[in-house]
Design a binder for this molecule. Sequence first.
Ligand SMILES: [Zn+2]
Length: 285
Amino acid sequence: MSQSDKQDRRARAAARMGEPPPAPEALPRPVLDSHTHLDIVGGDPAEHIAAARAVGVDRLVQVGVDVTSSRWGVEVAEAHDAVLATVAVHPNEAPRLKDLDGALREIEALAAHPRVRAVGETGLDSFRTGADGRAAQEASFRAHIAIAKRHGKALVIHDRDAHDDVLRVLDEEGPPDRVVMHCFSGDAAFASECVQRGFALSFAGTVTFASAGALREAAAVTPLDSVLVETDAPYLTPMPYRGRPNGSYLIPLTVRGLASAMGKDVDALCDAISANGERIFGSWR
Ligand SMILES: [Zn+2]
């Protein structure tokens, strides 16, 4: 995707999504946002970081989706103590690239950077990529797994309507030590399969949606030491603001919804999210 395509998309998204929601009540203990796209949110990263910090969200993971956004994420992570970066070609981008191998070489070079703590988002998407793009998508996923292992970084997985195939590829390749299922979207049985493999499940605002009963059942079987929380901003805004622009400062709404789905108190969940995030991504400072 070109920069102008991206700007167009951002402008259309902003027009459709309306005003950012007001800040929620701050969390009692600090947490992190394990997955955001500050470049797609737009505006000044410093303002988003400050707004998040004001409600207890004092660390963010900026996630790359192509070479340009990955490079940008590294720069933001160099400039801000509160930000770590991940680098990748998104599974829906991979089949569209004329030179996927060249892009993967650039991702590999970026993965060596000390502020890059994970490779992703990578994985499989059967919703947006048709049968003709599957081979390239899976080859890209396998290449990202190898990069994560070569550099000792975590792996951030995008799995849309592809649960079984994601596990098949991970089992075939052998996963790296630390794996995050970004925007976890499975049921309780799939959550248990991921937990057994030692993967972390990162819950997004979707866990607060009225229709998300199966996802709340998945949260209920996820142990505290396997849980993360994320925005995937600007998408997946938690209730009661579904459909409006998301940002890391709205994480408290998702944390409170998730705590209730898990049957845990908010303080314990915040502490678990912080500890898991530091174990998976390393220290922010
Ligand atoms: Zn994402």
